[in-house]
Design a protein around this ligand. Structure first.
Ligand code: F6R
Length: 612
């Protein structure tokens, strides 16, 4: 939600900032803006709409300077418009601010500042920060004024500030919204996310909540809100710049779908030894998992696609490790008054590691004495740092708003976790365990095989592209697949309504909607409930629904139950959600493409939901 950039260096800043913003646009694309400091003072350009409008404005009237801020917005307070676009400035245009988050007490602050004579231009919560610092800077040096202003804010913020009165410094701070510092050669950055700065540096300093940074070209000086110095060395991130580029694909989503075999392989790397039949974790993870009590209860919390991965994890962990598992939407969990204790492990699943509801759930769990285990893709993210142990998915940066490779890597990580716990607790026959360990090792190859079905999936998508309502149905391990398939489609193709259901639940209501030609996607891969799914298909066909069936290769009987058939490699049911994910993602992609949808930047969405 909102991407922010700050840059101080030797070159002309506007090119660097616009390039960094282009890599953050997945965080929001309602409007964009830039502020550059030069000998004339602060120059600001803002434009409604996507970043390309801002790029045009800067091309028409170039900006010169070696220090500046940039912002790409996902609106919270104030509609998307030029006037509400960031950066926001104080009364005299000498202070500029970019912000991601929500200043919850902006109304009383604004009222006070209006009484003190400040003139506001926008409807945003952010503008109060610029005026507040302006007011406080009448009595205090700028850094102190910034710190005092932050102390007055309630809510979440990642904020960067420049002032014409301090032309060699940028100030930044975070509280419950992501912000990293990049340290380059004679240049330094603030950014919401690492991909923004990968083209210039891989040396990154992760910030904690309540930290304030004064940034010069030599790097950061970090202090706490109270002014105490903080020492922290940069870490070198392993992601490379190519992973944050489209690499010849028309969309990030398609590129990321195609990266899945490699991403899963990375997630398994050094953790699975199929030859010896072993799952290997690092010492911290082992110590955490080995310390779980015999009566341990697991509670998985997550949002959106990560929630669907959690539902798959519930089937895996309950069936193979025989542990009790609840799965909760993080946004419900945090307000439900869950019963947690020291025999509870909360498993937080998150790609970004910054999702506000999941982070709040993690904090609640810790307050109540539960342990927290994270499955996370972003090193140094808030959730990774708050957790007692982390199992990283090594999917690489996921840029498309629609999550694809992060999902299959989350399911892979859950498979690893399940196999480790099942073995540790001696809940699984050795032969079955060995089969599953070996099967997991085969998953990357089979994912590649599933991807080879792309032309056939594209043809099926073309056949149904004009439909406006879809059901997705599955059972057991593939009930979450049905939810995920429907989410993918409605997310990137806003013309379409798609709903996922447990196939056995159809006759309890939703079947009433089925009409001639209504497309229903069934996941009918090899499983103990295969025949039950076939019955569900026939119930729908009896009402003239049009069945698109995803089935296992080699299934000789399925053809006669399907109006359109897509096959995936046959696996144990345990791995089938990963196999099913591939055609579900490609189907959504090609239906959206045929409808001319903006696939990487669907309306109203943004990646990384860092506000409530
Ligand atoms: C869907 C999607 C979202 C995220 C959700 C959680 O394609 O991307 O539903 O899965 O916002 O995000 P993370 O995993 O970053 O916590």
């Amino acid at each position: 939600m909102c991407g922010i950039v700050g840059y101080i260096g030797k070159g002309q800043v506007s090119g660097v900032i616009l390039d960094a913003l282009s890599r953050l646009e997945y965080r929001g694309y309602d409007s964009a803006g830039i502020a550059v400091l030069n000998s004339r003072g602060l120059e600001v350009r803002r434009r409604m709409g996507k970043l390309k409008e801002l790029v045009k404005a800067v091309d028409e009237r170039p900006l010169k300077g070696t220090l500046g801020l940039g912002h790409t917005r996902w609106a919270t307070h104030g509609e998307p418009s030029e006037i509400n676009a960031h950066p926001h400035t104080d009364c005299h245009g000498r202070i500029a601010v970019v912000h991601n988050g929500i200043v919850e007490n902006y109304a009383p602050l604004k009222e006070r500042l209006l009484k003190q004579g400040h003139a506001f231009r926008s409807k945003t919560d952010t503008e109060v920060i610029a005026h507040l610092v302006e007011e406080l800077a009448k009595q205090h040096p700028l850094e102190e004024a910034f710190r005092l202003a932050l102390k007055e804010l309630r809510g979440s913020y990642a904020v960067c500030l420049v002032s014409a009165d301090e032309p060699r410094r940028i100030f930044g701070a975070r509280n419950a919204s992501p912000l990293v510092v990049g340290v380059g050669k004679g240049e330094a950055f603030f950014a919401s996310d690492v991909p923004a700065i990968l083209a210039r540096t891989r040396r990154v300093v992760y910030l904690n909540d309540g930290e304030v940074v004064t940034l010069g070209p030599e790097g950061p000086r970090i202090t706490t809100l109270a002014g105490r110095p903080v020492r922290r060395k940069p870490t070198t991130v392993t992601w490379d710049v190519a992973s944050a580029r489209k690499g010849g694909f028309p969309h990030f989503m398609l590129k990321e779908i195609h990266e899945q075999a490699g991403a899963i392989e990375q997630t398994l790397f050094n953790r699975l030894d199929p030859a010896k039949g072993r799952v290997i974790f690092d010492r911290r993870t082992r110590r955490f998992l080995d310390g779980l009590s015999p009566q341990e209860k697991l509670v998985i919390i997550s949002c959106g696609t990560a929630y669907h991965a959690g539902l798959v994890g519930q089937y895996m962990l309950e069936e193979m490790a025989h542990m009790p598992v609840d799965v909760d939407l993080a946004s419900e969990f945090r307000y439900r008054g869950p019963m947690l204790d020291r025999y509870t492990t909360v498993i937080a699943i998150t790609q970004s590691g910054e999702t506000a509801d999941t982070l709040a759930g993690v904090r609640l769990a810790k307050e109540q004495g539960a342990k927290v285990f994270a499955i996370c893709n972003v090193m140094g993210s808030s959730i990774a740092r708050a957790a007692d142990a982390v199992l990283y998915t090594h999917a690489g940066p996921e840029i498309a708003v629609a999550s694809t490779k992060a999902y299959t890597c989350q399911v892979t990580a859950l498979a690893l976790l399940t196999l480790y716990l099942a073995r540790k607790r001696q809940r699984i026959p050795t032969a079955q365990w060995k089969r599953l360990v070996q099967g997991l090792g085969d998953v990357p190859r089979l994912v590649d095989q599933a991807l080879a079905g792309e032309p056939a999936i594209k043809a099926v998508a073309a056949k149904y592209a004009a439909a406006r309502n879809f059901y997705y149905l599955g059972r057991r391990y593939n009930f979450p697949s049905a939810l995920e398939g429907a989410l993918k489609l409605k997310e990137i193709c806003p013309l379409i309504h798609a709903e996922g259901y447990a196939a056995g639940e159809m006759k309890h209501g939703p079947i009433s909607l089925i009409r001639k030609g209504w497309p229903i996607v069934f996941i009918a891969t090899h499983s103990p409930v295969y025949e039950k799914v076939i019955s569900n298909i026939e119930e729908v066909r009896a009402r003239h629904g049009d069945c698109i069936v995803i089935a296992s290769e080699g299934d000789a009987t399925i053809k006669r139950h399907a109006d359109s058939l897509i096959t995936v490699p046959k696996t144990e049911e345990f791995f089938s959600p990963i196999m099913a994910a591939i055609p579900l993602q490609l189907f959504a992609y090609y239906v959206a493409d045929a409808n001319g949808c903006d696939i990487d930047q669907p309306p109203n969405l943004a990646k990384s939901v860092t506000v409530e």
